[in-house]
Write a protein of this length. Sequence first.
Length: 451
Amino acid sequence: MMVNRLLGSEELPEKTQGLLRSVLTLGMMISFLMSLSNTFYIVFVIDKIGYTLAATSTSIMLLTQLIFDYPSGSLGDWIGQRWVLAIAFITYWINFLFLISAQTFTDFVFIGIINGFGNAQSSGAFATWIDNNYRKTVGGKDTDRRIYGFVMSRIGTFQSFALGVSFMLGGLFATLISREFVFSIQFYLTIIVIVLILIFIKDVKMEEEIEDQKKSQSNNYFEFLKGGINVLFSSKSVFLILVGSAIYNTTWLIWGNLILFPIYFGYTGTDALASLLRTTLFFVGIPVSFYMANVSKKIANDRLPLMIFLELILFFPSFFILLYFVPPQNELNLIGVVGTFILLATLVGMLFNISTTLLQRITLDLVPSENRNAVYSLLPSIISIFGIPILPIAGELIELFGLYAGLLLAGVVCTVGFILLAIGVKVGKDTELLDIKIDLTEEKTPVVGGK
């Protein structure tokens, strides 16, 4: 089948191939839906209530997510990812309804609470369903998970195509009609996604239902609730890698919520041009992602800290120089557009792609399947713990000194995440834990193993 060839999954069992085709279909639809207003959303909020209050409303969203995230992840491990994802998108459906008429800080606080609850339900659920069923169906194939990393990178490329189309259409509709009209489209499309979730998100049935047997031995919700915490503290390496990755991702929380989109608008000046720039970046990134998927297969997992270090010394200084010498003025600036295009197309398209793939490969085997949703939800909770106080600080710094001040803070956070990840990977490599293959018959904690 052509789809299998494009994904690079031909060597895998048929059930795994079917799973990955479902992942591709649903992943592209979700990416399209959630990205229609993504380019102008934070600018929409900033235009209504300003930088500081926008950052505060985002922190409230993160606080809500923090409260519900880990319990909802454990709920996903208990009742299945299908139902928590359905709850999440019903919540998003309500969120888009209220966005259509939002005007005041109070409105955005309420939206932040609603959105935070939805994010808590969805965080880690889709990835958990993919990873658990991949491990269940792949059997003895792909023991080093390099095919997995390659296929997920390819799926990410197709999602990038859906994102690009979504950004273009969202920006066009926002410019020609209104931003609220785009929220209305998302309101109706969410209904379709909920139906698709109920159709596609089902665990693959195997001849030997090992997972079901284990769940029947522990069907108490509170066992799943404490299971994710037990995994986090199961070893020094696991703790450092998981916490380090969470802090590393806090960097992109600051970047994505307060810096990236004001850069797009600061150098273009309109919704349509900002969306065109972002769409072009994503389409250019498609062949880059295809190529980097092949490159990632040749890179060992323990090179993750090196990739992040390269991001640290190349990405942040480059953007700091651009923003300092070419300040965004909310009007078309070709130097700013070209500089942003080159930096995002090269640094993000290459380094970020590889580091994301390596981190996915590590966590696939680092986290036991029966507690995966809880752990994958615990990570956003840790991100929220750091992000809640940092985002308002970043917003205030940007108000006072400009975008490059927020970028400098993001670089400091990234440095902390890099240090923890580097130590965790070093410890994992020394104890042979990094490339573990967890025994599916006993997954309470990760066990030592080799390739």
